[in-house]
Structures are given as structure tokens and as C-alpha cells.
Ligand binder design. Sequence first.
Ligand code: AMP
Length: 207
Amino acid sequence: MTGSIVLFGPPGAGKGTQASIIVDLTGKPQISTGDMLRSSVSKGTELGLEAKTYMESGKLVPDQVIIGLIEQRLEQSDASGGVLFDGFPRTIPQAEALEKITNVSAVISIEVPDDDIVSRIVGRRMDPETGEIFHVSFKPAPTEIQGRLIQRKDDTEETVRNRLAAYHEQTKPLGDWYGERGLLIPVDGSGTIEEVGNSVEAAVKSL
Ligand code: AMP
């Protein structure tokens, strides 16, 4: 399959965690706009400075900024056989812009109830050395690395409420938009990491 796959779902659904399964199965590179933005913020680039305020308050970064970032990334040679989008598109205008530059073959939607999202996000920790994502209860890190784990600045309870609001207002309608185009594959995201992983794997194999 030469088209791209979109990993869709609310913040904290486990998109970043499950992305590796899809990368392993398809060989497509993962493109996470959240990771790209965080890298720009830590390098202090102009784009990073612009994005930082939105990210820290849990709002979406303006479409034009994101679309520009994606256009540039898709020009790289590893993207020619399709990619795995993680956290993009998040609005209908982003999806419309994407339609013009790449072919989306499937949208895997990880569905998680709102009530589970806050605890998932607030307990999330990352290993800055490997980028691996852990959770204080659901996926504890090995003791020897626990001291170096960091929490994302926007993974606080207050910011999560804004991120959820942005998801419901701006991103969720996009799920229906892809549904109308026959591209949406819903996956139950409320189980354990392994259970969700098995469903994601089955969805990819069905393509
Ligand atoms: P994520 O790591 O995907 O949860 O993204 C973290 C933050 O980056 C979001 O809360 C937004 O502020 C911003 N962001 C990431 N991807 C997008 C996107 N496709 N559109 C708008 N803002 C985004």
C-alpha cells in the first residue's frame, strides 16, 4: 500500500504508543506534528516561539503553521511511499490541505472515553534519552531510569481540559468527515496497551 495512514484520536488515546506497531508492520515513517513542534520549541526557532504559547495553553497551533510544516516534511525522500501521521490532521482545513498533497488510504481511530483521558495524560512520563513513553500506573518505567523521566509541560490537569475541548470542537468532526469518505477504522482504545495494540495490528492487517 503506497498511501498514507492517519492515526486519529483524542489526546492521551495512545497514538504515540501504538504508532510503533504500525511503523513495524508497514515500514512507513511516523510523522508526529506534536514531536516536530516540541523539537522546534526546544531549539528556540521562530516557529517554536510561535507554537509555544498555543501548546502550553492546550490550544491548537494555527492551521497554516501546521500545513507548512507538513508540506516541507513530505518533500523528504522517505515520505514517497506514504507515511504514518500521528496527531495530524486535527482540523477539517488541515485534512483538506492534506488531500491535495498526499493520498490517505486509511484512518485508524483510537476511541477512548473522556473519563479515562485525564488520568492517562496526567500520569504520562517520557524518557528523554529514548523518547519512550511510560505511565506511572499503566506502564511503569524500570526503577533505574525513573529518576530521569520527565513530564510534558502540557500534561497537567488544567491544560488537559483545554486540549479535550479543542479535540471536541475542532478535531472530532474530522472523524465524521473521514467516516463519510469511507476511510475510518474505529479501534476500541479503552483496554490495556497490549489489547489496543492487538486491535491496531488487526486493523492494519485488514488494509
Ligand atoms: P500532541 O503531541 O499531538 O498531543 O500535540 C501537542 C500540542 O501540539 C497540541 O496540544 C497542539 O497545541 C499542538 N499540535 C500538534 N499537532 C497539531 C496539529 N495537527 N494541529 C494543531 N496543533 C497541533
